[in-house]
Design a protein around this ligand. Structure first.
Ligand SMILES: Cc1cc2nc3c(=O)[nH]c(=O)nc-3n(C[C@H](O)[C@H](O)[C@H](O)COP(=O)(O)OP(=O)(O)OC[C@H]3O[C@@H](n4cnc5c(N)ncnc54)[C@H](O)[C@@H]3O)c2cc1C
Length: 431
């Protein structure tokens, strides 16, 4: 059994490891140090291009649970993370060099892995996992476009924040669709502002600190996905004619059209997540909490993901990839380019793709992680039809609901975690 993996980043390293551990002879292609993307600086594998934090390590957090699932399946990325851990409270942060060198060493010395330090220009013959990351470009990008269709790629991650529905204060917000269109009761959750509230919000937005955006310096990239704070700079009223337009909406509490309205749109099939429509942003994360928290109804909002903008090539995966990150027999994608977001999520998709390709090559059924595990739920998120598909971090909103309602949040998350780890334990013999 043989397979190729393109890219030894977070996803490709994990995919190669999972394949090799299952007896597949892997050729792992990595273009560094011959060529570096604008974000990569070091020659080692699984380079953390920005922060050294792999985020929460607590089971009551979805990304913490995802880590534990990966540990139990024998993840190389998690083994390296645990070895390279540095103190960071409830988070798992790592010494990035130690992390990368453990992964590089493990793969280079694995009897089933052959490392080729060269740029890939075309998809190799035979079974492949493509894990060349969000900055994929040049001939490889063109080869991917030929496989998937040109229109199936997005080039910027211009995501608006997503909040948990149960954290929106519905004593202030109301359900409605503009001009009463859509479902009865209204498709959107609307956060109304009077003039004073809008002015306070506007002022805070104008003064808020923004993050530098890699690969986004070119002003033309803002066409069509303009950050809300950039649009606001055009004038005090601009947002009231754009994403905060109140026309066609009546606040049932006042019987009047509000001065400005932020609309939130359902983001997941389970109806637990809502995105802030038109609020793609470059604000720093604490600033997003502070400034958007000034909008009535969002004071206590919990964020499933924050707004982000950076160059990010990703597939329009829904309808293209299946839940195992497979385009067709023998061709899998993994990592940020599939529409998962974050280091651990990227590695997790590599794990699923590697395990599933190994099963396919062995002529066995591919394991079903189901949406009771974060590993499986991420695959379902990227493959489920979604007209507004944007990359997504691990979060409990994409997982199957519990069969019974658990009101207490801590207990609910503990029950979700237990169910997931039981599922992984049951799957282990076939993995
Ligand atoms: C600028 C930037 C900052 C980010 N910061 C964070 C952060 O702080 N926290 C976080 O959780 N996520 C962050 N992300 C998002 C994401 O988690 C990372 O991009 C993550 O590294 C994605 O993993 P990956 O395996 O998909 O791709 P990568 O880790 O980028 O791996 C891709 C690998 O493929 C190689 N490659 C590419 N093309 C070829 C080719 N043609 N031939 C051979 N090899 C090739 C590359 O050299 C690279 O080693 C950031 C993304 C970017 C772009």
């Amino acid at each position: 059994m043989r397979a190729s993996v393109i890219g030894a980043g977070l996803a490709g390293s994990e995919a190669a490891w999972q394949l090799a551990q299952r007896g597949v002879e892997v050729t792992l292609y990595e273009m560094k140090p011959q060529r570096f993307s604008p974000a990569h600086k070091a020659a080692g594998f699984a380079e953390l291009v920005c922060s050294n934090s792999l985020r929460s390590d607590r089971l009551e957090n979805a990304v913490g649970l995802l880590k534990e699932e990966m540990r139990r399946v024998g993840s190389l990325v998690m083994e390296a993370a645990d070895l390279a851990r540095v103190p960071a409270g409830g988070s798992l942060a790592v010494d990035r060099e130690r992390f990368s060198s453990h992964i590089t060493g493990a793969l280079e010395s694995h009897k089933n892995v052959r490392v080729l330090r060269q740029e890939v220009f075309a998809l190799p013959e035979g079974p492949v996992v493509v894990a060349s990351g969000p900055l994929t470009d040049g001939p490889l990008l063109e080869a991917i476009q030929r496989e998937t269709g040109r229109e199936q790629l997005s080039f910027y991650d211009a995501a608006a924040p997503i909040v948990y529905k149960d954290s929106i204060d519905m004593d202030k917000a109301f359900r409605a669709s503009r001009y009463g269109r859509g479902e009865e009761g209204g498709d959107y959750i609307n956060c109304p502002m009077d003039r004073a509230q809008y002015e306070t919000f506007y002022q805070a937005l104008m003064e808020a600190k923004t993050a530098p955006v890699h690969g986004f310096e070119d002003s033309k990239v803002f066409e069509g996905c303009m950050p809300v704070e950039v649009m606001a700079k055009r004038g005090m009223q601009t947002l009231c004619f754009g994403p905060l337009k109140p026309k066609g909406l009546t606040d049932p509490r006042t019987g009047k059209m509000p001065y400005a309205v932020l609309q939130l749109r359902q983001d997941d099939a389970a109806d637990t997540l809502y995105n802030l429509v038109g609020f793609q942003t470059r604000l720093l994360i604490p600033e997003q909490k502070r400034v958007f928290g000034l909008i009535p109804g969002l004071e206590k909002a919990r964020y499933a993901r924050f707004g982000a903008m950076h160059r990010n090539t990703f597939l329009n995966s829904p309808g293209l990839l299946d839940q195992d990150f497979r385009l067709r027999e023998g061709l899998y994608f993994a990592g940020q380019m599939t529409g998962v977001e974050g280091y651990i999520e990227s590695a997790a998709s590599g794990l699923v793709a590697g395990v599933c390709l190994a099963a396919e090559l062995a002529g066995r059924p591919r394991p079903d992680f189901t949406d009771e595990t974060v590993l499986g739920a991420m695959g379902r998120y990227i493959s489920t039809p979604n007209r507004h598909f944007q990359p997504m971090n691990a979060n409990f909103g994409v997982m199957a609901e519990l069969p019974r309602r658990v009101r207490n949040k801590q207990e609910r998350y503990a029950a979700i975690a237990q169910r997931s780890l039981d599922k992984i334990a049951a799957l282990l013999p076939e993995l």
